[in-house]
Design a protein around this ligand. Structure first.
Ligand code: AMP
Length: 313
C-alpha cells in the first residue's frame, strides 16, 4: 500500500490569542504527510521556492516521506498567514501569496503512479483533476477543498466530486457546497454529487462520517491545551488515510476506526504551534490517546438491556 498526497508545502505566519509565529513550516501536504507517516509510506507531490529551508526538507525526509515529487522552483515558497480569534474554530486568512504555487503543474514521478491511496489536498480542483489523470488504479481517492474553490471553481470541483470516493470538508464548506444549512441534508446533497462518503469536520465538536446511508460521529478530544488549530484538518485527513493504507481495509469498520485515528492526530496537532507537537509525537502517545477516545465514547455494554427498566407496552 502506498499513499500519495498532492497539496501545499508552505511557510505560514500564524496569530492566535496565545502568540505569534512567522514563516514556520506549514501547508496541507506537510501536515497530511507528517500525520500519515506514522502509519504508512507517504509520497508527496508539491512545489517549493529557492527560499525553502533545507532543514524542512530534511525533516520530511526523516519522517520517511518520499520527496521525489517535491519540485524546487525559482521564486518564493507559497506563503499563508492566518489569524484566530478567541473562538479558535474560525480561521481568518490575512494573506495568501501563491508565489511558485501560481504556475504549479503537478507531474507524478513514474514510481508514484501505482499509489493505492490518494489524497488530493486543498488546491485548485483543475490541478486535482490533473493528478487524478496520472494515477493508474487507486483503491481510494479522497479530496479536500475550501471556500475559495467552492466559490470560484465550482464546475471543476463538481467534476472532482464525480471522480473521488471521499470528500473531507468542514461544516461551513459543506453548507456552502450544498447550498443547504442543515449538515445532514448538506452531506446527503454532497453524496448525490458523486463521492461514496463525506467527512464533515466540525472543529472542537468532532467530525461526522456519511457513507451511503451509514452515519458515524467521532467527538473531538476535550483538550485543556489548545494553541493553534492550523493544520487540524490536514492532520485529521493524514491520520485517516494513513490508517486506511496501513490496515489495507476499506470496509465500514475500518472507516469508523479511521475517523477516530484522524481525530487523534488532529487533537495532537492543535496542542502547540504549527507542526511542533507532531514533530515530537511518538507512536505510544497515539495508542494511548486512541484508547482514551474509546473510553470517552463508551457508555454501556451492548449485552445489557439498559432500557428494560421502562414500563412495557
Ligand atoms: P488546515 O488543515 O485546513 O488548517 O490547513 C492549514 C494549511 O493550509 C496551512 O498550513 C496553509 O499553509 C494551507 N493553506 C491555506 N490556504 C491555502 C490555499 N489557498 N491553498 C493551499 N494551501 C493553503
Amino acid at each position: 500500500m502506498a499513499l500519495l498526497v498532492v497539496g501545499s508545502v508552505a511557510l505560514d505566519s500564524l496569530e492566535t490569542p496565545f502568540g505569534v509565529r512567522e514563516d514556520v513550516l506549514g501547508g496541507s501536504a506537510t501536515y497530511f504527510s507528517t500525520a500519515a507517516s506514522f502509519f504508512a509510506p507517504v509520497r508527496v507531490v508539491a512545489v517549493v521556492g529557492e527560499d525553502f529551508p533545507e532543514a524542512h526538507v530534511e525533516f520530511l525526509r526523516g519522517r520517511g516521506v518520499d520527496l521525489a515529487g517535491l519540485e524546487r522552483r525559482p521564486g518564493r515558497t507559497f506563503r499563508w498567514s492566518g489569524r484566530y480569534e478567541f473562538d479558535l474554530n474560525q480561521a481568518h486568512t490575512l494573506d495568501t501569496q501563491l508565489n511558485v504555487f501560481a504556475d504549479f503543474r503537478p507531474e507524478l514521478p513514474e514510481g508514484f503512479r501505482d499509489s493505492s491511496h490518494v489524497f488530493l489536498g486543498n488546491i485548485d480542483p483543475e490541478l486535482q483533476l490533473r493528478v487524478l489523470d496520472q494515477v493508474r488504479a487507486p483503491r481510494i481517492v479522497a479530496a479536500d477543498t475550501m471556500n475559495f474553490w467552492i466559490a470560484s471553481r465550482r464546475a471543476a470541483l463538481l467534476e472532482v466530486l464525480r471522480r473521488v470516493d471521499l470528500l473531507f470538508v468542514n461544516d461551513a464548506e459543506a453548507r456552502q457546497l450544498a447550498g443547504e444549512h442543515n449538515i445532514v441534508r448538506a452531506a446527503r446533497a454532497i453524496l448525490s454529487f458523486g463521492p461514496g462518503a463525506v467527512v464533515v469536520k466540525r472543529g472542537e465538536y468532532g467530525a461526522l462520517l456519511f457513507a451511503g446511508s451509514d452515519v458515524f460521529a467521532s467527538s473531538a478530544y476535550p483538550l485543556a491545551e489548545l494553541f493553534d488549530p492550523t493544520g487540524a484538518g490536514d492532520s485529521f485527513a493524514g491520520g485517516f488515510m494513513g490508517y486506511l493504507a496501513c490496515s489495507g481495509s476499506l470496509d465500514a469498520s475500518a472507516m469508523r476506526r479511521a475517523m477516530v485515528v484522524g481525530s487523534v492526530l488532529a487533537s495532537f496537532a492543535v496542542e502547540r504551534f504549527g507542526l511542533d507537537r507532531l514533530r515530537d509525537l511518538g507512536p505510544g502517545e497515539i495508542q494511548a490517546r486512541y484508547a482514551e477516545f474509546r473510553r470517552l465514547a463508551h457508555f454501556d455494554d451492548l449485552d445489557v438491556d439498559v432500557l428494560s427498566v421502562l414500563p412495557q407496552g
